[in-house]
Design a protein around this ligand. Structure first.
Ligand SMILES: [Zn+2]
Length: 444
């Protein structure tokens, strides 16, 4: 095992887990009334990830389940978990909170991240689409970046910045949660390639080219008006410069044409930091079609699955859309502006009442789908925590819940190697390839 567990907090968690394991063993021995010694060995083997012996003892389904639960917990703590997209900075911009402690609202804080085994959530430096016209996108980006820097500097025993997979690994070994940064929406680039250099120096390691509206770089999946038929001429330059700097190109949010154009231009693998499979949400361009997933795999890229229910099931997505109509009508009746917090609460409440939430199994179905289509090397996790409101699936409602997903994958026969790839190896591979390609371009 090349995993490093030399620090106190993780050791505490592991001793807690071994206590749990002991309890599971005791209950197995009590209930099955067969050779306890043998059984203890095989349960320990299965927890260590070794193959089960040919003569498997007769566990009850409940016992088997407990073993898998404990094993999922242990794997979440042992493996590095990277999440492609967490909207914490914008959440804090709207409402301050001390995330070094457990917070009332929101999906992310130190304590819950520790429980869930989350090690490197990409902090989304999110710039709303309106800034393209309004201006001030660069200033907002600077503010959000400073906020992330401040979280790290004020809590040096808990968080640290990270500009590379090696930084993430080093922080992990010290028991720190890494806060790598990605920018959602290329608006702050402001038509100047030098700004890419500027943001690279500030630690931005991916850029989602556009958000909900087409911008000066790329068309957006959400925008019916496809201004450029894909990328703008400047957008093509942006992709090249990102390649030569070592910034990952994030293809989430952009239109299908823009996606294929990026693949033609890029010299490095790309990432979809928070997109799910369109197979389950036909016609929803924000998710990736099978053809796109195959093209992404040929590029050696990775698709990090979005957990939001509206990304996971067609029914939920339609319900989320109709909830907006209902909430907008209600807002009008109440004389509230559409931006009012109460309106989004109303929408979420309606969504829940109508049974809009999906579950952790449905998220695992998306992972299965990508794996069946292109193999285990091209899928990761991009929750969109703190970004999709109260629409998260049962069993995946905040950063403490990654073990539930790992449990579901174990249940479906995923190996430890598979799970490590999904948790971080795949995105690390892409990130390193992007660094390498930048090195090569710089030499030219
Ligand atoms: Zn997004």
């Amino acid at each position: 095992m090349k995993h490093h567990l030399h620090f106190a907090s993780r050791r505490n968690i592991l001793s807690l887990l071994s206590l749990l394991l002991t309890l599971v063993l005791i209950s197995c021995q009590q209930e099955t009334k067969s050779g306890a010694g043998e059984e203890a060995v095989s349960v320990a083997d299965s927890l260590a990830g070794n193959s089960m012996p040919a003569q498997e003892p007769d566990y009850t389904p409940a016992q088997r389940d407990s073993v898998l639960r404990v094993r999922a917990q242990a794997l979440a703590q042992t493996f590095i978990i990277v999440d492609g997209h967490v909207d914490l900075p914008y959440r804090l911009q709207n409402k301050k909170a001390d995330i070094s402690k457990r917070t009332e609202g929101g999906d992310f804080d130190w304590e819950r991240a520790r429980e869930g085994g989350l090690d490197a959530p990409f902090m989304s430096i999110y710039i709303p689409a309106a800034y393209e016209e309004r201006g001030g996108g660069r200033e907002l980006a600077d503010r959000l970046i400073s906020m992330v820097e401040q979280i790290a500097s004020e809590n040096p025993d808990k968080f640290a910045l990270a500009n590379s997979p090696e930084d993430v690994r080093r922080n992990f070994e010290k028991g720190l949660i890494s806060l790598p940064m990605g920018m959602e929406n290329g608006t702050p680039v402001g038509g100047k390639l030098e700004n890419l250099d500027y943001f690279y120096k500030k630690g931005i390691r991916y850029i989602t080219l556009a958000h909900s509206k087409s911008n000066h770089i790329s068309d957006s999946s959400y925008d019916p008006e496809k201004r450029w038929g894909g990328l703008s001429p400047f957008g093509r330059e942006v992709v090249r410069r990102m390649n030569s700097l070592g910034i990952m190109v994030d293809v989430s949010h952009i239109s299908d044409s823009a996606f294929y154009q990026v693949l033609q231009i890029t010299k490095a693998p790309v990432v979809a930091t928070h997109s799910s499979a369109r197979h389950f949400t036909p016609g929803f361009e924000r998710n990736m079609s099978d053809e796109m997933i195959k093209a992404l795999a040929r590029n050696k890229g990775v698709m990090m699955v979005n957990f939001g229910s509206a990304f996971i099931s067609d029914e939920s997505r339609k319900l989320w859309d109709s909830a907006k109509t209902v909430a907008d009508r209600w807002a009008q009746e109440q004389g509230l502006s559409a931006q009012d917090d109460r309106v989004s609460k109303y929408r979420e409440q309606y969504f829940h009442e109508q049974g809009g939430r999906t579950n952790v199994q449905a998220v695992a179905d998306h992972i299965d789908h990508v794996v069946k289509l292109v193999g285990i090397e091209h899928v990761g996790l991009g929750s969109d925590f703190d970004g999709v409101g109260d629409t998260l699936p049962e069993g995946l409602t905040d950063v403490s819940d990654y073990p539930n997903l790992i449990y579901e994958l174990l249940k479906r026969g995923y190996s430890e190697d598979d799970i490590r790839k999904i948790a971080s190896d795949n995105i690390f591979r892409v990130w390193r390839e992007v660094e390498k390609a930048a090195g090569n371009t710089a030499v030219q």
